[in-house]
Design a binder for this molecule. Structure first.
Ligand SMILES: Nc1ncnc2c1ncn2[C@@H]1O[C@H](COP(=O)(O)OP(=O)(O)OP(=O)(O)O)[C@@H](O)[C@H]1O
Length: 228
């Protein structure tokens, strides 16, 4: 479902962030993207979200060459991708329910469908009785569950997670990983950037390691491979 063909990204200051990346991620895979700071992981994700353009190469997602996608079509393309961040990024003036509903409103989902779907999503992430609370009334783990529900709201085929457990204690981190694993088992492809060695080592998923803009390792049932 994701194909990077000879992708390079050189930033304006002539810094080579990614160099000739070739890879394939199949529908339904769970992939960890690891590597030291500055390796090019964020650049990889920004390219996938079409927030930046490659200097060379093509990116194909679900059969579409996104490097050629017209500007008008970018919002539709992004609707098919859910994104989960380290710092949750919930809207602080909206309740749990409204945060999830808002993601659907901006995708023009009917209010009838929103009313039907939000409770389903809340049940999935285990927050059925928290719908009226505001983000500041929730624990970090609960906030991340809301963010995951929001990421799933428009039924994306791909979820990108950027350090989703970075602000959570070990118990909450594992609960979030179990949730992501369940979501993956139901067919959603997951690409997760992380520095969490114990999580990568225990999950035994595909691990792609970047260093200085190059893939140095790509293993099924891989390990983190660094000491931090
Ligand atoms: N807008 C930019 N302009 C110039 N250089 C940049 C820009 N964004 C990133 N870089 C450089 O490109 C390289 C890759 O950065 P990137 O953010 O992709 O790394 P990363 O693997 O995500 O690191 P971290 O784990 O610290 O988030 C780094 O050397 C960084 O300094």
């Amino acid at each position: 479902m994701i194909e990077f063909k000879n992708i390079s990204k050189v930033y304006g200051n002539n810094h080579i962030a990614l160099s000739n990346i070739n890879l394939n991620i199949k529908k339904g895979e769970f992939v960890f993207l690891v590597g030291p700071s500055g390796a090019g992981k964020t650049t990889f994700i920004k390219l996938l979200l079409k927030e930046i353009e490659p200097t060379n190469g093509e990116i194909i997602v679900n059969g579409t060459n996104i490097t050629q996608l017209k500007r008008k079509k970018i919002p539709y393309y992004r609707r098919n991708i859910g994104v989960v961040f380290q710092d949750f990024r919930l809207l602080s003036d909206k309740t749990v329910y409204e945060n999830i509903a808002f993601a659907m409103e901006i995708a023009d989902v009917s209010s009838k469908d929103i009313k039907r779907r939000v409770p389903q999503l809340l049940a999935l992430v285990g927050l059925i009785n928290k719908e009226k609370l505001y983000p500041h009334q929730l624990s970090g783990g609960e906030q991340q569950r809301v963010a995951i529900a929001r990421a799933l709201a428009n039924n994306p085929s791909l979820i990108i997670c950027d350090e989703p457990t970075g602000n959570l204690d070990p118990d909450n981190s594992w609960a979030i990983m179990e949730l992501l694993n369940e979501i993956n088992k139901s067919g959603t492809t997951i690409v997760m950037v992380t520095h969490a060695k114990d999580i990568v080592d225990r999950m035994k998923k595909r691990v792609i390691a970047l260093e200085k803009g190059v893939i140095i390792r790509d293993e099924q049932r891989g390990v983190y491979g660094y000491e931090d």
